[in-house]
Design a protein around this ligand. Structure first.
Ligand SMILES: Cc1ncc(COP(=O)(O)O)c(C=O)c1O
Length: 388
């Protein structure tokens, strides 16, 4: 009676583990993509003020004009671009932006390429449509993760309509460099494929202010949809606010699409988004310092462990840890949860070929993170014989 694509949906491996012990205070949660620092006060105060001022009504379905203006100013300031107001939509969360991007590009039986390892919600958004997808894998060498664009080019089929690419990458930390972005854009222009660029970790990068963006090289007529948001840069994961920048000429369609889903983001939360973009930069720097300390701790404690393979992530705030010989990442993370009260995400859920991996988010404050890393080391030492 219901669509088979819906019947076939399976919960991803992260939430399947999380739901066993969600909100259990004994657990140190490194499973979700967030830290333990609260949203900065300048942002929460803006939301409170907005509630007091009565921002509780419907608004423009593409987002309030003053927020879209602020997003435009923010992007153009960060990237030195001239993105127009007309191309910006605030449908709700970044995830919703990705869902809309998949719906804009894919129909039943169309094909999408996922650059993988990838966050599992993405393939679910494609599967719901009834489209097919295949993976092109980033490879991990001595100098970290990288992508071979020849493999991407070869993977394009006659019915390929979209390529999803997330940089800085959850879970690997890979950051796509400008030359590769240019080359991928050239390929996609030529082959008529839309790039869905997920740039939600744009500020979570350690050797620059912002990661290279497709916005900097694409024209307003290029086949590129950039999705971004507030969750990661401004510690606003629970606010569910993000934006998308589409090619020009889609204003009416974006209004309709937004109406069909959430009819835009909540009004008072949009006002908080403006405060984040205009006054949140100090907080971005503070968060970055915490994440950088987190990355150092992970590399010092886990990176040196004899059972572990790990290269230093360039961006985002995850360690994608390989334990050669691990038989089931799912069994592993559940066992670490049971024995050590540390929440991890199983590798298998980030696409094929990842069952020897687990992912941890190192955005937690340093003492807590170190405590969790210590427990993981105890676990590994106690179970060392399982992986040999
Ligand atoms: C790669 C990636 N894209 C999108 C999202 C969704 O972000 P939001 O919370 O803004 O919907 C996440 C969240 O973890 C993510 O890791």
């Amino acid at each position: 009676m219901f669509r088979e694509e819906i019947e076939a949906l399976e919960q991803n491996g992260i939430t399947r583990t999380v739901f066993r012990r969600l909100d259990d205070p004994k657990v140190i949660p490194l499973w979700f993509g967030e830290g333990d620092m609260a949203t900065p006060e300048v942002i929460t105060n803006a939301a409170k003020d907005a509630l007091d001022q009565g921002f509780t009504f419907y608004g423009h379905t593409r987002g309030r004009a003053e927020l879209r203006t602020a997003i435009r100013a923010y992007c153009n300031r960060l990237y030195g671009t001239d993105v127009s107001f007309e191309r910006i939509t605030v449908p709700g969360s970044s995830m919703l932006g990705i869902t809309l991007a998949t719906q804009m590009t894919l129909g039943q039986h169309d094909h999408a390429i996922l650059i993988t390892p990838h966050w599992p919600n993405i393939d679910r958004a494609i599967a719901v449509i009834g489209a097919e997808f295949s993976h092109v894998r980033q490879r991990c060498g001595a100098r970290g993760w990288h992508l071979d664009l020849d493999e991407v080019s070869t993977a394009i089929k006659p019915n390929t309509r979209a390529i999803y690419i997330n940089s800085p990458c959850n879970p690997t930390g890979w950051v796509m460099q400008r030359e590769q972005q240019q080359e991928l854009l050239r390929i996609c222009r030529e082959r008529g494929v839309v790039i869905i660029a997920d740039e939600v970790y744009h500020r979570t990068i350690y050797d620059a202010e912002v990661a290279p963006s497709f916005l900097e090289i694409a024209t307003e007529n290029d086949p590129v949809i950039v999705v971004n948001g507030f969750s990661k840069a401004f510690a606003m994961t629970g606010w569910r606010l993000g934006w998308m920048i589409t090619p020009s000429g889609f204003g009416e369609q974006m209004a309709v699409l937004s109406e069909c889903f959430n009819t835009g983001a909540p009004s008072f939360i949009q006002r908080a988004g403006i405060a984040a973009l205009e006054q949140g930069d100090t907080a971005v720097q503070q968060f970055r310092a915490q994440y950088q300390a987190g990355r150092s701790a992970v590399m010092a404690i886990l990176g040196k462990h004899p059972l572990v393979e790990l290269t230093e992530p360039e961006g985002a705030f995850y360690a994608f840890v390989r334990i050669p010989g691990l038989k089931s990442s799912d069994a592993f993370v559940n066992s670490v949860l049971d024995e050590q009260d540390v929440g991890l995400a199983p590798g298998f859920t980030f696409g094929p070929g990842n069952d020897e991996y687990f992912r941890l988010c190192y955005a937690q404050s340093n003492a807590r993170l170190r405590e969790a890393l210590g427990r993981i080391v105890v676990y590994l030492d106690q179970h060392a014989d399982d992986y040999r």
